[in-house]
Design a protein around this ligand. Sequence first.
Ligand SMILES: [Zn+2]
Length: 64
Amino acid sequence: MNSLSKPDLLKDRKKCLICHRAVDIQFRPFCSKRCQHIDLGKWFSGVYSIPSEEIEPVSEEEEN
Ligand SMILES: [Zn+2]
């Protein structure tokens, strides 16, 4: 009865979210600064694509 299924910690190497290479601990979850910047670029482009509409609160004054 030695069917112990221990988690494969050695296989727990995470992959870069951009290029799926081995992650560098300095730049995780990315493999390099380059991929880090690519992801940042994605973020910023996504942010800038969102139109920022300033909605002014309409104050309705009832005249009686
Ligand atoms: Zn990468």
